[in-house]
Design a binder for this molecule. Structure first.
Ligand code: NAD
Ligand code: GLY
Length: 345
C-alpha cells in the first residue's frame, strides 16, 4: 500500500506518494488534462510509451540526457514545444526523470505563462529522496551550478520504486550520497547498511524523504536550516563544474561529504572519529572518497561562484556531530585547499 507524506509549503500543501505500482495509477493522482510530460531520451525509452498510454491526453516531450543539458538553451527549446502541445494556463507540466529533468521541467513550469501546475515523477533514487521535494528548480550557467532558478512546489510527487529496476547501479549509489547526507544531518538510522537493501527501497526512501520534508517545512526559502541540506555541496558543485560534469552529482556529493567532514575536523569542530566515520560510510556505499586528478586550487576558485557564498566570503556547511550540522564562514583558502590536497590520494 502506498505511503503518503504530507508537506506544508507557503503556497499550498501537497502529498508525496510512495509505493510500488503507483506509475500505473498515475491518472488517478495527477490533475485532469491538459498536461505535458517532460522527460529525457533515456527515461523515455523505458517509460515514455507506458506513460503515453496511461495519460492519453498528454504529450510527451523529451530533452537530451545529461547535466550539460540543464541549461537555459534546453528551456528555450522546451517552451515552443509546450505551445505546440496546446498547453495553456490551466495545464500541468509533469517531470518524469531524475534530478536533471525535474530541475529543468520545474523551471519551465515556474515560468511558462507565468507558471503552470507541476507534478514530479522522480525516477532516480536521488530525485526520489531529494530533488523532487521542496520546490527548488532551476538550471546551470557556464559560471556555475543552479545559478538560475525558482521555487516551484509540485502539486504531488509520485514515487514508484519499481522504476528503480532499470536504474544503473552507479546511479543507485549516487542517490545513496543524498540518503547518507540526510543521515549525517538528521537521522543516524539512515547510516545503517541494513537499511540500504534495494529490496526495501520504499522504506529507505520514505525515511530519507522525511528528513528533507521536516527541514523544508521549517525553512522553505533557505533562510536558515535548509542550508544544512547543502552539506558537502560546496565541494560537490565545484567538482562537477571543474570536471565539466564528467563527475555525476551524487559522486561529487560523496567526496564532498568526506571533504566537509575533514574540514570540520581540521577546524576543531568535530572529532577525528566522526571524520573517519563519514569516509567509511561513503566508501561502504561505493562512492568515491578522493578527488583524483582534480586540482585543489582550481576547485577552490570554482567555489567562488557558489550562490551560497556571500559577497565573496566563503560559507561551508560542516558537521559538529551526527545530527549537528553548522555553518562556517570565512574559512581560509589555504585550509580548504590543503584539505582537498589530502584527498588527492
Ligand atoms: P540525472 O537526472 O542525470 O539521472 C541520472 C541518470 O539516470 C541519467 O542518465 C538518467 O537518464 C538516468 N535515469 C533516470 N531514471 C532512470 C531509470 N528509472 N532507469 C534508467 N535510467 C534512469 O541525475 P540525478 O542524480 O537524478 O540528479 C542530479 C541533479 O539533481 C543535479 O543536477 C543536481 O544539481 C540536482 N539536484 C537538485 C536538487 C533540488 O533540490 N532541486 C537536489 C539535489 C540534486
Ligand atoms: N538540495 C538542497 C535543497 O533542496 O535545499
Amino acid at each position: 500500500m502506498a505511503q503518503n507524506i504530507n508537506v506544508t509549503s507557503p503556497e499550498f500543501d501537497y502529498t508525496i506518494k510512495i509505493g510500488s505500482g503507483l506509475l500505473d495509477k498515475i491518472g488517478e493522482y495527477v490533475p485532469a488534462a491538459p498536461s505535458v510530460v517532460i522527460t529525457n531520451t533515456t527515461v523515455a525509452s523505458f517509460y515514455g510509451k507506458r506513460l503515453s498510454q496511461l495519460l492519453p491526453n498528454s504529450s510527451v516531450i523529451t530533452m537530451p540526457d545529461g547535466e550539460q543539458y540543464k541549461t537555459l538553451e534546453t528551456v528555450n527549446g522546451l517552451y515552443p514545444e509546450l505551445v505546440t502541445a496546446g498547453l495553456d494556463r490551466s495545464g500541468t507540466v509533469m517531470a518524469l526523470g531524475g534530478g536533471v529533468v525535474g530541475d529543468t521541467a520545474g523551471f519551465v513550469a515556474a515560468t511558462y505563462m507565468r507558471g503552470v501546475r507541476f507534478v514530479q515523477i522522480p525516477t532516480t533514487l536521488l530525485a526520489m529522496v531529494d530533488s523532487s521535494v521542496g520546490g527548488k528548480v532551476g538550471v546551470d550557467l557556464p559560471q556555475g551550478k543552479n545559478l538560475v532558478g525558482a521555487f516551484k512546489q509540485p502539486e504531488v510527487v509520485i514515487i514508484d520504486p519499481d522504476v528503480l529496476a532499470t536504474l544503473p547501479e552507479r546511479e543507485w549509489r549516487c542517490g545513496m550520497a543524498e540518503v547518507i547526507k540526510h543521515g549525517f544531518i538528521a537521522d543516524e538510522q539512515l547510516l545503517q547498511p541494513e537499511l540500504w537493501d534495494k529490496t526495501q527501497a520504499e522504506i529507505l526512501i520514505a525515511r530519507a524523504v522525511a528528513v528533507k520534508v521536516k527541514i523544508v517545512q521549517e525553512d522553505p526559502y533557505e533562510k536558515t536550516v535548509r542550508a544544512y541540506l547543502n552539506l558537502g555541496h560546496t565541494f560537490a558543485h565545484a567538482i562537477e563544474r571543474v570536471s565539466q560534469y564528467s563527475w555525476p552529482h551524487g559522486e561529487a556529493v560523496g567526496v564532498g561529504l568526506v571533504a566537509a567532514a575533514r574540514l570540520s575536523y581540521v577546524l576543531g569542530l568535530c572529532s577525528a572519529e566522526l571524520s573517519e566515520k563519514v569516509e567509511k560510510v561513503v566508501s561502504t556505499v561505493g562512492l568515491p572518497t578522493r578527488i583524483g586528478d582534480l586540482d585543489p586550487a582550481e576547485l577552490f576558485a570554482a567555489m567562488g561562484s557558489d550562490k551560497k557564498w556571500q559577497a565573496g566570503h566563503s560559507r561551508f556547511v560542516l558537521l559538529k556531530a551526527i545530527g549537528q550540522p553548522v555553518i562556517a564562514h570565512d574559512v581560509e583558502a589555504g585550509v580548504v585547499i590543503e584539505t582537498l590536497r589530502q584527498l588527492k590520494s
